[in-house]
Design a protein. Sequence first.
Length: 188
Amino acid sequence: MIDSVGFLLFETPVSLLLLLPVLAGIAAGIGSYNTARVPLPEPARLTPARIAWLLMLTCLACLSVGAAQVASPELSWEPAVRNTVLHTALAITAARLLGPTLAWLPPVSLTLICMLFGYPPSEPGYYSWAVIMEEAVTASQCAVTATAFLAACILYAAAPRMTGHLGRFSRPAPPMRGIKVQQKRPLP
């Protein structure tokens, strides 16, 4: 159990096993990013392979967090899987939109916001938006997590057909036909 981070004290102690899905989700999100940056079109027939790769990475992340659950059987596997899938969806979306170097930002930000502000003052429990801190899993939480993961999968599968991410390594625009571009002469 963690009750503080540096000088920040938590009103409700947080289990370390609820924080491991953050790392597993970030790893799966970064692992799903194609770093080749080859400017060739990717055939649509590779979409099932891309989705299979993403599902395999997500399953490996869930299994790695589940292996950590063996060390502490007082927590069930359901919240760990829910959190892993949610953090994976956030990391995949961030890797696609911001690049793989910033894939950690949304999962870590969500976790810190939930840890610091997710509980009502002087009351037990957490707010409804601090889902990742709760140890009980409801059907609505599963539906929201599945929807977020499905949206991330669609964004991931559509990635080769879309333009490059908004970060530093964006793909250049394709050349326009019929328009001559004047080349600049090099300086002497």
